[in-house]
Design a protein around this ligand. Structure first.
Ligand SMILES: [Zn+2]
Length: 143
């Protein structure tokens, strides 16, 4: 075995030894790394000392979290992050699934009660019975 690969193996071993009992990366960490990346890219366009300081401080904080041995505390932070971002994430997931849905379905509004009704696309002209008020109406184009 070459000296270099021996050295690399040792380095890897030392690193995994070093990481034992340390926190590592969680969802909050991944989110913040993404944020740091955005800041670095932004830094190419806006050269501002404050931006640099914030980026560096954030990187230091992220390393501190990764190497932290206070796992309970870090876990708690991550839970807080997941809790507070829940509505936000749900909002975007909803928007995304709504957009996906529009590709496969039409959304029609009942003229009587304004109830929204999903009808699969490609059905041509259809008579729709409103599930709420039982009003019947026709929608869609003739083929
Ligand atoms: Zn209706």
């Amino acid at each position: 075995m070459g000296r270099l690969s021996q050295f690399m193996q040792r380095l890897r071993y030392n690193f995994s030894n070093f990481m034992i009992g340390r926190y590592g990366v969680d969802q909050l960490g991944k989110f913040l790394w993404g944020f740091v990346l955005a800041l670095i890219i932004l830094g190419f366009f806006i050269r501002h000392p404050l931006l640099e300081i914030v980026t560096i401080l954030l990187i230091i904080y992220l390393y501190f979290r990764m190497f932290s041995k206070n796992i309970a505390k870090r876990y708690e932070e991550n839970q807080k992050f997941l809790d507070s971002s829940y509505k936000f994430r749900r909002f975007f997931n909803n928007k995304k699934s709504m957009l996906m849905d529009l590709k496969t379905h039409h959304i029609y509004k009942c003229p009587m009660c304004k109830q929204k009704i999903r009808i699969p696309r490609g059905r041509g002209r259809v008579e729709i019975t409103c599930p709420k008020c039982k009003n019947k109406f026709v929608r869609g184009r003739k083929h």
